[in-house]
Design a protein. Structure first.
Length: 314
């Protein structure tokens, strides 16, 4: 009888230990999953910052138009007003004095209306008003000036997110040398941006982006997404050689990008709704490769922009 009780106690203890271990393992697995999702979100944020910086160095924007705001000074408004009044005076020169008085009253109302539309206050002495217009922002537009102040500001913002990302990467046991090298490359980028060296800045940003696919290997199980990041990394390598117009190296980078992209065409794990976008992207990436034979920087940038838009839709 005692032996039976002892066996029962042992069984109960074993059950408790197994249940405790199962609960602990599931909780640990859940925590690890949450940690990976958090870190992947941070990686995507850093990735978007790097891509925006790369594009801004050639004034590449996904919208083809920007809103331009300019100031209209008071003298130009007065000139238009005097011209209008002169025209009105000539047309009303034969009016009677009473009609003239009525005209002045109407003129006063018109003047008041113009002041209101230009944003004047009670004093009516507002000297400037704003003019809004759409300006082309395409690759072939005349806007070639780099906004270095904005780029410097964005690099500083990138620094502010690195401490959190670095800690999270260490917690996931990623290659420590890769983490240290990434931070070192960010320092090098800052030096290039500080000296406003366009070509060196683009190359340094491309080097930074090479770490994004490496970090994603331990933070996402979606192989197709990791392949997309590898494709983009090779595209940015090609883009980084466009200033020196090293077309042989550009061709090499794009060939590697196409080879990796080809894996997406046969990946059955990808949502069928994305298949059309993947097929379209394959056409666009080959169109980008075809620009190598033309050796034309602007045509390359146009198709580079189109390809990034397609990849962002995946």
């Amino acid at each position: 009888m005692k032996g039976l009780k002892r066996a029962s106690y042992i069984i109960v203890i074993i059950i408790i230990v197994v249940l405790s271990w199962t609960i602990y393992a599931n909780a640990t697995k859940s925590d690890e999953k949450d940690q990976k999702e958090k870190t992947m979100s941070e990686i995507r944020y850093v990735e978007s910052k790097i891509v925006n910086l790369l594009n801004s160095l050639n004034n590449i924007e996904f919208e083809n138009y920007d809103i331009s705001i300019s100031q209209l000074n008071k003298s130009s408004k007065d000139e238009k007003s005097s011209q209008s009044e002169e025209s009105g005076s000539n047309s009303s020169s034969d009016s009677s004095s009473s009609e003239s008085g009525g005209g002045e009253s109407e003129g006063g109302k018109e003047s008041s209306g113009e002041s209101s539309s230009s944003g004047t206050g009670e004093s009516g002495n507002q000297s400037n008003s704003e003019k809004f217009e759409l300006k082309s922002s395409g690759v072939l537009s005349d806007n070639k000036e780099i906004n270095w102040d904005n780029i410097k500001s964005e690099v500083e913002i990138l620094y502010s997110s690195m401490s959190t990302l670095t800690i999270d990467l260490y917690q996931l046991n990623l290659n420590q040398q890769d983490i240290l090298s990434f931070n070192k490359e960010l320092d090098n980028l800052t030096l290039n941006v500080k000296s406003e060296d366009k070509e060196a800045s683009i190359k340094q940003l491309s080097k930074l982006y090479e770490y994004i696919p490496k970090f994603s290997k331990n933070t996402t199980e979606e192989e197709w997404y990791r392949n997309v990041l590898e494709v983009k990394s090779n595209i940015f390598k090609a883009y980084s050689n466009i200033e020196s117009e090293d077309w042989d190296e550009i061709a090499k980078n794009l060939t590697e990008a196409i080879n990796i992209y080809s894996k997406l065409l046969s990946d059955t794990s990808i949502d069928s709704n994305k298949q059309y976008l993947i097929n379209k992207g394959y056409i666009v990436i080959n169109e980008l490769y075809n620009t190598v034979s033309l050796k034309d920087k602007e045509i390359f940038l146009i198709k580079y922009k189109n390809l990034l838009e397609e990849l962002n839709n995946l």
